[in-house]
Design a protein around this ligand. Structure first.
Ligand code: TXA
Ligand code: MG
Length: 343
């Protein structure tokens, strides 16, 4: 399949946006930028387009998709009801990197939600993403635009690396501002529950939802065969081919641990920029120790780079778990297959 490129660098690039929208409306699948990561979009009402998204990604059939809207009116026909708590959260965090799980309307095919009676909904902040949804004239189901199992793409180049030849189009646009996928919370249980941390932080959510629970899959490996609230959390995710270990400790400990390592096989460090020139091994920088936002923004690119520098093993310095750091930690511990070294 030939994948068309649509070059869009502002929401004023109307003719390209309209072309991408038309393909989407007619059942095609197109990768689009958002403020979090690139998404692989399809008309959320079109079952055959949804099937193609699962195929293009090689995604397990039991992992549900997020439906994206461009304005609040579009929520009608996606969810069965929109409770006051959801309205309040939408008022605070939409548009933005925030996804709510609510009861699914039967106008959304079950396959979008992998058969669940719930549906995940998000209104992205990226004006280009919203302009594409508007141009399509339909809500867009969009998982991250990576091949299933690899790190989510945060640039058009990485999106093309995974999707060229597998999808109808790629909207070639800016690098993603945030770099980790949206915060996902469920509002269908007794208490609100954080399923996936993101740039809307747990601290922010606790101010509004003091009784919010954190799903145990956020920081721990789900037990084999146990039911998980968010199916995406049980899969081996964000996984580079390089064998990653997550190392907990301060900078001095991390540096002396790696610099005194006696091994004949070359290894690399996924480290903060302040540490790079003090390390004797190859390094890939994971933002600054002093900016969790910079860590989030570079994370997925760093996980792809680590596979390109010719090492079999890498040690990642664990970020702090507060703010958006919780999201970075959540992705890294998965990339490491839950292997943690405590210094
Ligand atoms: O930032 C994002 O959310 C990006 C961009 C493209 O918007 N999208 C994204 O989609 O990360 P995806 O498919 O890679 O991740 C969706 C996550 C998965 O962990 C999935 O299991 C969970 O949301 N999810 C979706 N619908 C759900 C539902 N009904 N119940 C529980 N979990 C759900
Ligand atoms: Mg994904």
């Amino acid at each position: 399949m030939t994948t068309k490129r649509f070059y869009v660098f502002s929401e004023q690039d109307e003719s390209e946006i309209l072309k991408a929208g038309e393909i989407l409306r007619n059942g095609g699948i197109v990768a689009i930028p958002t403020e979090t990561v690139y998404g692989l979009a399809a008309n959320a009402h079109d079952e055959s387009a949804i099937r193609r998204v699962f195929e293009a990604k090689g995604r397990p059939q039991d992992n549900p998709l997020i439906v994206h809207i461009s304005c609040l009116e579009e929520i009608e026909g996606i969810v069965e009801d929109f409770p006051d708590s959801a309205k309040m959260l939408a008022g605070k965090f939409w548009p933005g990197p925030f996804t709510m799980i609510l009861k699914r309307s039967d106008r959304i095919p079950a396959s979008v939600s992998a058969g669940l009676d719930t549906v995940a909904v998000r209104m992205p902040a990226d004006p280009i993403a919203r302009a594409i949804i508007k141009a399509a004239g339909v809500p867009l189901a969009a998982p991250s635009a990576n091949l299933s199992g690899s790190p989510s793409p945060t640039s058009a180049a990485r999106t093309l690396e995974d999707m060229d030849g597998r999808v109808d189009g790629v909207v070639v646009s800016h690098d993603c501002e945030i770099g980790v996928e949206s915060t996902v919370i469920s509002l269908v249980g007794e208490k609100p529950r954080l399923l996936r941390p993101g740039a809307v932080t747990l601290e922010q959510l606790k101010e509004i939802l003091p009784d919010i629970e954190v799903d145990k899959a956020v920081l721990r490996q789900p037990d084999l065969g146990a039911p998980v609230a968010s199916p995406g959390m049980k899969y081996k995710h964000y996984a580079p081919k390089t064998d990653i270990y997550l190392v907990e400790g301060n900078s001095d400990q991390f540096i002396s641990y790696l610099n005194s390592m006696k091994t004949s096989e070359p290894f690399a460090a996924l480290c903060f920029e302040e540490e790079a020139n003090q390390l004797d091994c190859k390094t890939v920088v994971l933002g600054s120790e002093f900016s969790k936002e910079s860590e989030a923004k570079t994370l997925f690119e760093a996980l792809r780079k680590i596979d390109e520098i010719g090492v079999l093993k890498a040690f990642a310095h664990a970020p702090e778990k507060s703010g958006v750091g919780l999201a970075v930690y959540n992705r890294l511990i998965r990339a490491a297959g839950f292997k943690v070294i405590q210094l």
